[in-house]
Design a protein. Structure first.
Length: 389
């Protein structure tokens, strides 16, 4: 639901009821992962999708039925093994489970605050976005199915699962995932003494956009910053040369005139970098590269890449070793930066860099899917399920 925060916030503020169909678990190959949501509002508008098309029509019909009638939460399952697989089943061979919920903004006061935080909007004033997580009971006693709690740092837990002890436990477990910037499922079992029947919570986390730091005010940087913004990163271009580092050359990106290593350290000291931050060094000039990479490779960043030829790379490695970097620290450097796409233009080069960043983030191999490598990586960690009829 939080992936549609901008659109849903507007509907909540207008008091428009809507039904959400949220993926709560997947088995096998499935196009969308837990947390993906399709929404149908009382005006008939449709937002999002849950399957890339193959079951969306059937889910849309179920949402319309819920809007017009029974508002109790409902579980739907679709899979290739269904008798009507050709009509609404997942032709990719997987199985998905969804939870349908009816939302009345007037009856859910915590909903607006959660959506506002995820959308980066508070009382109509845009911000950079704030961390928020929504935990929903997706499996368990029928009386608790669909109940939610909302967790935001420094704010009391909102909503309720119907029991004060459960609320505290769910809030703490949800806060752990939010702190890690992760979405996923949380199991609350009978053995924990928190509930009489086992329950599964789907935790949807929304955190401020990760940082993409591009060092070097060149044409490749402009293309990479645009592509990074498209992928959901907050892009910054930094260069010590004020003549080249201008907002006009890098629309949509934050532009900083400073020595790259000094800016990076200042951002780290201010707590503005984290384990999702990506740093791309495009200057291939030792005056900038060496102090910058020496600092970056000693920080817990998600990805550090540097542009340059293979000869430049070998010379750079030698200088970094002389500067005291260890083999373990140097092994984190992606250089020459990017995947082999045969790129020629700045735009194509930016695509090759972005592709490597995505592959590194999700454990992808970077090879053609036609070779038989897995299409979906990491599905079990987001709530894989074993379904029974």
């Amino acid at each position: 639901m939080l992936e549609l925060a901008d659109e849903l916030l507007e509907r909540v503020r207008r008091g428009i009821p809507f039904v959400t169909a949220t993926v709560t678990g997947v088995a096998g190959s499935a196009p969308r992962q837990p947390g993906a949501t399709l929404v149908v509002d009382a005006d008939g508008a449709v937002l999002g999708n849950v399957s890339g098309g193959c079951v969306d029509a059937a889910v849309h019909e179920a949402c319309q039925t819920m809007l017009a009638g029974d508002h109790e939460p409902q579980v739907l399952r679709f899979g290739y093994s269904d008798a009507d697989a050709i009509g609404v089943g997942l032709t990719c061979g997987g199985t998905i489970e969804l939870l349908l919920r009816h939302h009345d903004p007037a009856a859910e006061p915590e909903l607006e605050a959660a959506l506002a935080a995820a959308a980066g909007d508070q009382a109509g004033t845009p911000t950079s976005g704030r961390a928020v997580a929504v935990a929903t009971v997706v499996r368990g006693p029928s009386g608790r199915l669909g109940r939610t709690v909302v967790v935001r740092p420094g704010v009391p837990v909102a909503g309720s699962l119907g029991d004060a002890v459960l609320d505290r436990v769910a809030g703490a477990r949800t806060a752990d995932l939010l702190h890690a910037g992760q979405s996923g499922t949380v199991e609350l079992g009978v053995a924990d003494s928190y509930c009489r029947e086992p329950m599964t919570l789907l935790v949807e986390s929304s955190t401020p956009a990760p940082r993409l730091l591009v060092f070097g005010a060149i044409d490749h940087a402009a293309a990479l910053a645009r592509l990074g913004s498209f992928l959901g990163y907050r892009a910054t271009v930094c260069d010590a040369r004020a003549t080249f580092a201008t907002p006009e050359r890098f629309p949509g990106a934050e532009v900083v005139v400073d020595w790259p290593h000094r800016y990076l350290r200042a951002q780290a000291d201010a707590g503005l970098l984290d384990g999702r931050t990506v740093a791309c060094v495009l200057t291939h000039d030792p005056r900038f590269d060496l102090p910058l990479l020496t600092a970056a490779l000693r920080m817990p960043l998600a990805y550090v890449g540097a542009m340059g030829s293979r000869r430049t790379h070998e010379e750079r490695l030698a200088r970094l070793r002389d500067a005291g970097l260890t083999s373990a620290e140097l092994s984190r450097l992606h250089s020459p930066i990017g995947l082999d796409l045969g790129a020629r233009t700045p735009q194509e080069t930016a695509l090759s860099i972005a592709a490597e960043i995505v592959a590194h983030r999700h454990g992808g191999s970077g090879v053609s899917l036609s070779t038989g490598v897995p299409i979906h990586h990491g599905a079990p960690s987001t709530g894989a399920l074993a379904l029974s009829s």
